[in-house]
Ligand binder design. Structure first.
Ligand code: ATP
Length: 241
């Protein structure tokens, strides 16, 4: 694979989306600073300088888009595995795309579609991980956040990137062969909301229930008075009650 390295860029996802026709699965883009880092639905990923990780990997699935459902959950499982292997403790996953440390947001994942047809789906898989954020930098984030600075051993950024790249490629291959089923145990181990009361925000609606994990498509299982319901889709946000 190739690595495109930038001191500064608008967004690593935007760079990869702009060059998708020249890319191969596993190619990755890394930046030290993003002037317009992205979250879901037009939200911002704050991306200051400071050895944080901002990266995007290109991947082509030999299938239609319906097979990409649940992919952000696989990426969450991969990142949590790598960080755990580096000794990071207190990690959690929040459906569908966030990684928490001690119940505060440590990392975000943004999967964007570059092209999809019946035979092929080209994806850009972006992730940002806070390494050591100063208080001034963190003041601009409008929700509780965390970084890796509280860890006994701070992972080396280059080592972390190398392991993330390796693990993401291996896990995506496994996902193509076996689907999300291969990741359910790990998801359940780290899911911060399983068996807890939650609200699903689907503007303008709000649904309350007890979170019962995920199904093999990556849908969130919510136990309501009408029984267990499956929720899938990019417009839903999960909150603790
Ligand atoms: P959802 O539950 O819908 O995913 P979210 O608030 O987690 O909601 P995302 O699009 O996943 O939304 O992530 C963007 C949000 O993450 C921003 O609106 C901001 O609140 C927060 N954020 C932005 N930059 C950082 C950062 N560097 N570290 C931690 N959190 C951040």
């Amino acid at each position: 694979s190739r690595c495109f390295y930038f001191d500064e860029t608008t967004s690593t996802n935007a760079f990869m989306l702009g060059h998708a026709s020249e890319l191969k699965s596993g190619d990755i883009c890394v930046a030290e600073y993003q002037s317009a880092g992205r979250g879901r639905r037009g939200r911002q990923w704050l991306s200051p300088y400071g050895h944080h990780i901002y990266a995007s990997m290109f991947w082509c699935l030999n299938n239609d888009i319906s097979h990409a459902s649940g992919l952000s959950l696989v990426i969450g499982c991969s990142i949590v595995k790598v960080l755990s292997d580096f000794g990071v403790e207190g990690l959690g996953l929040k459906w569908p795309n966030d990684i928490y440390l001690d119940h505060k947001k440590l990392a975000g994942i943004l999967v964007e579609i570059s092209h999809s047809s019946v035979q092929k789906t080209k994806l850009v898989i972006g992730f940002g991980i806070n390494m050591s954020m100063s208080v001034e930098q963190g003041e601009l984030i409008d929700q509780p956040w965390s970084d890796l600075s509280s860890q006994i051993i701070m992972p080396d950024k280059t080592e972390l990137l190398i392991q993330l790249h390796k693990t993401l490629k291996a896990d995506l291959q496994l996902f193509e062969q076996q689907g999300l089923a291969a990741f359910l145990d790990r998801w359940n181990e780290f899911d911060i909301f399983v068996n807890r009361e939650v609200s699903l925000l689907m503007a303008p609606n709000l649904v309350n229930g007890v979170c019962r994990g995920i199904d093999e498509q990556g849908a969130l299982l919510l136990e309501t008075e009408q029984g267990i319901k499956h929720y899938l889709g990019g417009e839903i946000s999960l909150r603790a009650v």
